[in-house]
Design a protein around this ligand. Sequence first.
Ligand SMILES: Nc1ncnc2c1ncn2[C@@H]1O[C@H](COP(=O)(O)OP(=O)(O)O)[C@@H](O)[C@H]1O
Ligand SMILES: [Mg+2]
Length: 311
Amino acid sequence: MTVTNVIEVKGVWKSFKTVQAVKGIDLRIPKGEFVAILGPNGAGKTTLVEMIEGIQKPDAGEITIMGKKWKGNENELHGIIGLSLQETRFIDKLRVTETLNLFAAFFGLGRTRVDEIINIVGLEEKRTSYVVNLSGGQRQRLAIGISLLNNPAILLLDEPTTGLDPNARREIWDILQNLKEESKTSMILTTHYMEEAENLCDYIVIMDNGNILKEGTLQELLEEDSVEKIVEFTADHIPVNKIIYSGDSSFSVYPGETKEKGFVRLNNFETQLPAFMSFMKENNITIKHMECRRKTLDDLFVSLTGRTINE
Ligand SMILES: Nc1ncnc2c1ncn2[C@@H]1O[C@H](COP(=O)(O)OP(=O)(O)O)[C@@H](O)[C@H]1O
Ligand SMILES: [Mg+2]
């Protein structure tokens, strides 16, 4: 049997007391793909990846890694999976190299691999620093370094850039981009940053409330209803959630990134744009700026759930 999917998740459910965290998920990850699981806080991302990692057990359903279940194959599967958890705890009083040596020893790997890893994650200048003194981005790079030690066929990263500033985030993207170009590793990362999913991943799975809402390549996700245009505007007042009627269609006003910004999603410029303009005029709202932009994953998320991903 040749295995084309490195991971298969079939009808998987998981609940905690009263919370149904994962509600019957099916997912297939083909070899060599970089996959993003994109969703807001509480979507069930961590629960899903931890079940794939064998850390949590599904209530129902089946998960196979390279065609094998966790039960009875723990040693083999630990050897092909690299992972970094949403929160990584290190031993503060160990230096960077010592930390890597410790983990390398688990896999029977030596100095050479540790040096390679330090190089890959760009921690050369921090070799002898105590872990407690690393910045958030450096700690996260160390965590990724550890996950890469055994050259895993499958890498699972839970929110690798959450809470990092844009520069630190970009450094991590560079490491992962290089990995993508230079290795055959398949990767799943969870994130609530659209740009992360867009920039790094071949395939994006949008998750909310324990379910997969939609999945596909970025192009597939955004082109599905490609007639839709986003018109963003700045005004002295944003009539949030107001419904504007135009002939037999209607559309509503969504809040933008700031108090002065809003946007509408239009399927028909010819009729809906004039309707929008007259609505604003009738309500004495002065438009200061207006622009048409391409649809993003966040827009898609809004159209699927009625709210933005980071709300
Ligand atoms: N150990 C747990 N005990 C109780 N509830 C949990 C536990 N882990 C997760 N949950 C709940 O399950 C839901 C999904 O959580 P999680 O998988 O962590 O989402 P995400 O990683 O997308 O933020 C949330 O409502 C969360 O509060
Ligand atoms: Mg999480």
